[in-house]
Design a binder for this molecule. Structure first.
Ligand SMILES: [Zn+2]
Ligand SMILES: [Zn+2]
Length: 411
């Protein structure tokens, strides 16, 4: 990729990027945000990974995930049967979250990567390439196959003392699918794909439009001052995301309100020999601790109680920092934002554990597990905190720092 100028999507700094060869990458000189990397085998690497991952995705739905034996009774679950048992229990909303985050978003993302790679490889002007690029970028944070795999492992440990469990073929496919998906995300470089797309469609080089340019928050391309839509990915353009703070606060407060029922109401209900035992998240953790499953108790406690609280506090700190004239380094806040973005999806682990137990343990009077109301509230907490973090425009932090600096210079 030839040398050109680029504006960082997180701190808004305009900088020169040196010429990049295959296998090389570049990060922002001020905040360290990843700017671009060129795959070792352009077009072929992302294509190969995306195709492999797509095949693994199909295999992880085709066979049983887990088998369970309790007192001579056998039960089996596939990925799709787990969604069906949620619908049967009248928890369609959780089934939607499960199908969207583990199956649908990765499938769409992979198809988008394959479509873009093939179009660029063969230099074909296929329709909607720019919209497909934008779709792939927007889907990326919502893919949770790896969280689901951790959910399976936690369920396995939870059930190990109770029953005999067998791993199905799809378990291995799901494990490989989640690892391969992570690799596909790392080789799908947004800026590099966008740059190749510009080249294919003959968009003027970026360096011609550096003066007063507006950076696109989706793909990082910087457009002319007057542009309303990004030329590269067709997303709406703005100097700073409109009403970013108001949106972030509103979504955060919604998440905080949902956090109460998520902890007060039962997450799941176990029915054994006619006796119904509801358990909240904390009761579940305490039970695991009492029976000596310390690692699982810790994972559930951290993912379900600590992570959401840490997210709430960090988003509040970020919003206050963006509104005040903080003298603290904007770099610290940017790092805090990245951590907040990174840990958010992992809170979904406990919801997935409930999904797996519900799908696996349905043996009538002997033993059955049903989802509790808190599963819906908790999925809501995760989705709303993620939306809240996504609506926050990190550049506001850097604006606050430059405001504070220019004021101290005046004094
Ligand atoms: Zn930066
Ligand atoms: Zn764009």
């Amino acid at each position: 990729m030839p040398a050109h100028e680029l504006r960082c999507a997180q701190c808004d700094l305009l900088q020169n990027m040196d010429e990049l060869h295959a296998g090389q990458g570049a990060s922002c000189v001020r905040c360290g945000h990843h700017l671009c990397s060129v795959p070792l085998h352009p077009f072929d690497t992302p294509l190969a990974y995306a195709l492999t991952t797509l095949i693994l995705l199909i295999l992880s739905c085709a066979f049983p995930l887990l088998n369970l034996h309790i007192a001579g009774v056998e039960s089996q679950m596939t990925f799709l049967s787990s969604a069906k048992s949620l619908v049967d229990a009248d928890f369609g909303i959780v089934a939607n979250v499960l199908l969207s985050c583990v199956l649908l978003t990765p499938a769409l993302f992979l198809c988008a990567v394959i479509y873009l790679s093939l179009a660029l490889k063969w230099s074909m002007h296929w329709p909607g390439l720019r919209s497909v690029l934008r779709l792939a970028i927007r889907l990326e944070p919502w893919m949770m196959a790896d969280v689901f795999v951790i959910g399976i492992l936690v369920s396995l440990i939870k059930l190990a003392a109770l029953a005999q469990i067998g791993l199905g073929l799809s378990f291995w496919a799901m494990l490989l699918f989640s690892l391969s998906l992570i690799k596909t995300v790392t080789v799908f470089d947004v800026h590099w794909f966008g740059f190749q797309l510009d080249h294919l469609e003959g968009l003027p080089a970026q360096q011609l439009r550096m003066n007063g340019a507006k950076a696109c928050t989706v793909c990082g391309f910087f457009n002319g001052q007057q542009a309303l839509k990004c030329e590269r990915c067709h997303a709406r353009l703005y100097e700073r995301r409109p009403h970013s703070l108001a949106m972030t606060w509103a979504l955060l407060i919604t998440a905080m309100l949902l956090y109460l029922p998520a902890n007060l109401y039962p997450m799941m209900i176990t029915e054994s020999l006619g006796e119904r035992t509801p358990s909240t998240i904390l009761e579940g953790v305490l039970l695991l601790w009492r029976i000596g499953s310390y690692p699982v108790a810790t994972i559930i406690f951290v993912a379900s109680v600590v992570v959401p609280l840490v997210k709430f506090i960090s988003i509040v700190v970020l919003c206050i920092a963006a509104q005040s004239k903080s003298k603290k380094s904007a770099l610290h806040y940017t790092r805090l934002y990245r951590i907040t973005e990174l840990i958010g999806r992992w809170s979904m682990v406990d919801v997935f554990v409930v999904v797996i137990l519900v799908a696996l343990i349905h043996m009538g009077k002997l033993m059955s597990v049903f989802p509790g109301v808190a599963a819906v509230s908790f999925a809501g907490v995760v989705v709303f905190t993620m939306l809240s973090a996504l609506s926050f425009d990190v550049r506001l932090i850097w604006d606050a720092q430059s405001r504070a600096e220019s004021e101290s210079r005046k004094l």
